[in-house]
Design a protein around this ligand. Structure first.
Ligand code: UDP
Length: 338
């Protein structure tokens, strides 16, 4: 019988792509979301791509009663937890909002997981590495102290999961550390929907190209890199989503080597901000209005993944070029303005 996967935050950017890949791989997916940071666009897009209506529960994971009734009704074999606030700047301004929401919701998931002996996949982030001494970073590279409450919640949730797996029998966990997820589904039916002015680079680029923003500011061109702009590891959202399918299969098929495992999900390929802008212009045949601006505080100079462990253990590899991904991001932006 097909296993049931609960996707918290399944109506968001990453959650919606993961839902599509899991369903196409034969899992039953239940989406739970409180729509605090997204509308129904991606949920509707998921249903269109899959040609069926997926179960959707509108709820908040900070509400333990709601969590219990969710488990009672759907009895998931595993949960993938995305439901969390994610704006770094806002987390600095209002840390309690982030600590209350992101920690409490995950504690509730761990509580029910303990009671029901369930598997947990936690969406972590390369932000836990801070400014690494060197790249590529492996899963053994030291974590640095977090530079924002948001980053701190990622580290704390990783630790919560590690400790619970150790203490409670029947609980297994995987943390996936994402590098920079970008792009959109090739159907252009689901993608990133930032509220207000985007903080992230690619939505800012596509919104500038479409005319919603006047000019992209490239934050810093005096960094100690070849062209002076920061280096990141941009990972295609569909590639990223496929990593979750591999991780879920590993958990549910009893293939884990340790009850708690961590994997980097990146390409292993550093790309500078300027290179990304140029690749976007080239693949989409347009000119982008951009200028160099002062550095943004809190930005790390360079970070990219060593994805060897995910390649070997999960049997997963990034497949898409940055050009393909940027073409998908542009198709999605154009679709939004239709
Ligand atoms: N960036 C930029 N202009 C923007 C947004 C981002 O130059 O409008 C740069 C940012 O300084 C960083 C890179 O793009 O070097 C990726 O930033 P993003 O916020 O997308 O992800 P982060 O790596 O900070 O999580």
């Amino acid at each position: 019988m097909a296993k049931t996967i609960l996707v918290s935050g399944g109506a968001g950017f990453i959650g919606s792509h993961v839902t599509v890949e899991l369903t196409q791989a034969g899992y039953n997916v239940v989406i739970a979301d409180n729509f605090s940071n997204c509308d129904r666009t991606n949920y509707n897009g998921v249903c269109t791509i899959l040609g069926k209506k997926l179960p959707l529960v509108e709820m908040d994971f900070c509400d333990m009663e709601a969590v219990r009734s969710l488990w009672k009704e759907y009895k998931p074999d595993a949960v993938i937890h995305f439901a969390a606030f994610k704006a770094v700047g806002e987390s600095v301004e209002d840390p309690l909002k982030y600590y209350r929401n992101n920690l409490e919701s995950f504690l509730n998931i761990l509580q029910i997981t303990r009671e029901k002996s369930c598997n947990v996949l936690f969406s972590s982030s390369a932000t836990v590495y801070g400014e690494p001494e060197k790249s590529p970073v492996t899963e053994q590279s030291p974590r640095q102290s977090a530079t924002s409450p948001y980053g701190n919640t990622k580290q704390m949730c990783e630790d919560f999961l590690r400790d619970c797996v150790k203490a409670y029998e029947g609980v297994r966990g995987i943390a996936l550390r994402y590098f920079n997820p970008i792009g959109a589904h090739p159907s252009a039916l689901i993608g990133e929907l930032p509220r207000g002015v985007p903080n992230n680079l690619v939505p800012y680029i596509t919104q500038t190209a479409i005319g919603k923003r006047e000019c992209l500011s490239i934050f810093g061109n005096d960094y100690p890199t070849e062209d002076g702009t920061c280096l990141r590891d941009y990972i295609d959202i569909v590639d990223l989503a496929r990593a979750h399918v591999c991780a879920v299969a590993r958990m549910l098929d009893g293939k884990m080597k340790e009850p708690y495992e961590i994997f980097n999900v990146g390409t292993g390929r550093p790309v500078s901000v300027l290179e990304l802008v140029k690749a976007f212009e080239k693949v989409n045949g347009l000119k982008l209005n951009y200028r160099f601006a002062p550095r943004r505080s809190g930005d790390v100079v360079a970070i990219w993944a060593d994805p060897a462990r995910a390649n070997e253990e999960l049997g997963w590899k990034a497949t898409r070029t940055v050009e393909q991904t940027l073409a998908a991001a542009w198709a999605w932006e154009k679709k939004l303005s239709e």
